[in-house]
Design a protein around this ligand. Structure first.
Ligand code: S3P
Length: 432
């Protein structure tokens, strides 16, 4: 599907964004292995989360979809999953294919997981290696450690594992395998990645020790299901925040957004760049911080992104690059090599597509530099099947003269179904 976008005059209004993707996956997975029922509200019914839901249903978990955002998961306990009898399809979802093996390696049956062509190009060694150290029988079907992944369930032993790349998917996978292992499992990260799994385990009554960047769980412990309310996804909100900052005379409020500090690096970088943003009405719900976010059009100066902030902003770097084209000075992003192994090579995609639109951008192996401001012009852009690229380019198109087209825009449904409708509700012209 091709999306056509043209320049808009202003964004105004109060809106909500769909539920957090990372938390939606985790509520399903933890709800499935909990004792008793878990009631979920604010669930993100996007393609990625539905991949996790379908895999769990294939593994014998009963999940009732009361409506698109309210679900009831009937937990089967740590060892109550059933052999799927078919290949589990994670679609485009890295979170599904990297976290589910954590619970499958400890069952008494075999499983095979695969995904779409993008997912089958992404590295899986990062979970295979630590799971093998725990005694798991898991292997990838090619020498580059890409999916499909095959697993023969069996006994596991606890380990202490230090990750070289901060990754919440790896951390969650190992912690869940730790619940099924003998003894204690600890995971240490150089920089803390998003901590939704730890918070949710705690919220459901599991015992988990967290000391700075080290997390430990004791194997064999049971925990109960509960009632979980999921906040709006900060990553989805980031596209609206950027549009409101860049488009003249805008003023919007995004309500009920998750503002977990392991996710909000984009907010901190924007504030350093001079953005007029207020975070208010902060409160805790189901173990996660929520807030409302007020954004007004702002004159921005260049920013710098490197080091420990990277895991907290990793999904927002495509939209930050669009913001940087409108900021005065040179914005530099370094230490973000992980972008090369996301849904597409995001460094390459950002550079090629923004260059077409007139941005002054330099590509590095681990990031990019953008010299701003430049006036953007319309172009024929590709999303490369990557939802965050498609949405970032939509915002770029809203700032550019002429009509920008974005090919393969249906991938937006991976994380933000209703993106176009939410944007249209904030603008007069209905130009996308
Ligand atoms: C996610 C973790 C991040 C992030 C991805 C979602 C998660 O990936 O980029 O969109 O839900 O755990 P990594 O764990 O590979 O950093």
């Amino acid at each position: 599907m091709e999306l056509k976008v043209s320049k808009v005059s202003a964004l105004k209004g109060t809106i909500e964004v769909p539920g957090d993707k990372s938390i939606s996956h985790r509520t399903l997975i933890l709800g499935a292995i909990a004792e008793g029922e878990t009631r979920i509200s604010g669930f993100l019914s996007s393609n990625d989360c539905l991949s996790t839901l379908n895999c769990l249903m294939s593994l014998g978990v009963e999940i009732e979809r009361l409506n698109s955002t309210n679900l009831l998961v009937k937990g089967v306990g740590l060892r109550g999953l059933k052999e799927a009898g078919k290949v589990l399809d994670a679609g485009n979802s890295g979170t599904t294919i990297r976290i589910l093996p954590g619970i499958l390696v400890g069952q008494n049956f075999s499983s095979v997981l695969t995904g779409d062509s993008s997912l089958r190009r992404r590295p899986m060694n990062r979970i295979i290696e630590p799971l093998r150290l725990m005694g798991a029988d898991i292997w990838a079907t090619d020498e580059k450690n890409h999916a499909p992944i095959a697993i023969k369930g069996g006994p596991l032993k606890g380990i202490l594992y230090e990750t070289s790349i901060p990754s919440a998917q790896v951390k969650s996978c190992i912690l869940l395998a730790g619940l099924l292992a003998d003894g204690k499992t600890c995971l240490k990260e150089k920089v803390k990645s998003r901590d939704h799994t730890e918070r949710l385990l705690k919220f459901l009554g599991a015992s988990i020790e967290v000391n700075d960047n080290k997390v430990c769980v004791q194997g064999g412990q049971k925990f109960s299901g509960g009632k979980i309310k999921i906040p709006g996804d900060f990553s989805s909100a980031s596209f609206l925040m950027a549009a409101a900052l860049l488009i003249k005379d805008s003023e919007i409020i995004i309500k009920d957004v998750g503002v977990n500090s392991t996710r909000t690096g984009f907010l901190n970088v924007l504030l350093e760049m001079g953005a007029d943003i207020d975070v208010f009405n902060e409160r805790m719900i189901s173990g996660e911080p929520w807030a409302d976010i007020w954004v007004r059009t702002s004159k921005l100066k260049a920013g710098a992104v490197a080091g420990d902030v990277i895991p907290k902003i990793v999904d927002e770097l495509p939209i930050l690059s669009v913001v940087a084209t409108q900021a005065k000075g040179t914005t530099i992003v370094r230490g973000a090599r992980e972008l090369r192994v996301k849904e597409t090579d995001r460094i390459k995609a950002i550079c090629s597509e923004l260059k077409k639109m007139g941005a002054n951008i330099e590509e590095f192996e681990d990031g990019f530099a953008i010299h701003g401001p430049s006036s953007l012009k319309s172009a024929q852009c590709f999303s490369f099947g990557d939802h965050r690229m498609a949405m970032a380019l939509t915002v770029a198109g809203m700032c550019a003269g002429g009509v920008t087209t974005i090919q393969d825009s249906e991938c937006i449904d991976v994380s933000f179904p209703g993106f176009k409708e939410v944007l249209n509700s904030l603008i007069k012209e209905k130009v996308i």
